[in-house]
Design a protein around this ligand. Sequence first.
Ligand SMILES: *Cc1c(COP(=O)(O)O)cnc(C)c1O
Length: 380
Amino acid sequence: MYEKINGEINSSAVHVVDLRSDTISKPTPEMREAMANAVVGDDVFGEDPTVAELERRSAELLGKEDALFVCSGTMANLIAIMVHCSHRGSEIISGDNGHTFRFEQGGPAQIAGVQTSLLKNNDDGTFNLDELRDSIRKNPDCHEPYTSLVILENTHNMCGGKVLPLNWIEKVRNLTKEYNLPVHMDGARVMNAAVYLKVPVERVVRDVDTVCFCLSKGLGAPIGSVLAGSKAFIDKSRRMRKVLGGGWRQAGVIAAAGLVALDKMIDRLQVDHDHIMQIAKAVDNLKSDIFKVDLPSVHTNILMMYIDRSKVAVKEVIYRFAKVFKTDIVKVSVRASSIRPDCIRFVTYWQITDEDIRDTIDRITFVIKEFEDQLKSTTI
Ligand SMILES: *Cc1c(COP(=O)(O)O)cnc(C)c1O
């Protein structure tokens, strides 16, 4: 409809700010150079020195005994679940907004043969600890599965990049220890959590047995995640990675980018957080009844903009942010995504500049006002 009335501008002719995800980030020039010059070997033979160095450095950074380089966060979580739940008839406990439950194709059930028991996630990514205690199977009889693992997510994706409180993680550890139950942290963006809390990441993961993080999101590497834990856990994980087809050969080419990510890309995440906060404040300043943000819950590089679904559809708004017409005063295309039906998600990363943020704010302001004017004129 818009195209016919206003004339769409070819998207190659407008400035595009792509805030759909931090997975869109491309490798830095320094990463490209490190990749070109990487010393490599066959990693399945344990002979790739660059992979070994990435694993050693990651384990050190996380304060765990050992680490394993894998191709994705999904694979890291699946391996962790398979190793922790080696007993048939196992169950994991996770939040109902957890990535392993929502966005990994049911991998725990489909591939690991593990059942997931869900606790309702609070808005901050935590869940109720009494409910956790109640859902743990104590001395399971022949009717029940074995509770084998608890999974936490930090930062929490569906909760808008929120950082789990350290004292809550400690409480989870104290509770699970009573039942000898391991805890895994899906820390896809745990480096963002550490930067937000201004503590070493080692502190953030202190109370969990195993953790994984993505090199390929805000840290900018092209591919890869790291899984960490005890030496015995990583030995088993290395074996499990192979059966999933994840044994890789001269992977040092990509591990080299991961090393640059660890050296250069962690501290600068603060810039991404500041950028997201600027957008959040601008939306908040509009005092719209239809488009809202919750400033205190904007922690890291993700912003959830909540939409009054009775007034406008998320799809329509995303479309309008991105599609620029000749008659638009602000000729910038902002790309956003939605992982929930009631909100639009913006994510920042290293290639998003101060200028991109100013343009994004201009565009969002323009589009929100347009929707509000339209709604006003239709309700009169
Ligand atoms: C992105 C993400 C993953 C999975 O990472 P992939 O590399 O895309 O498989 C896992 N957990 C969370 C919370 C994520 O945001």
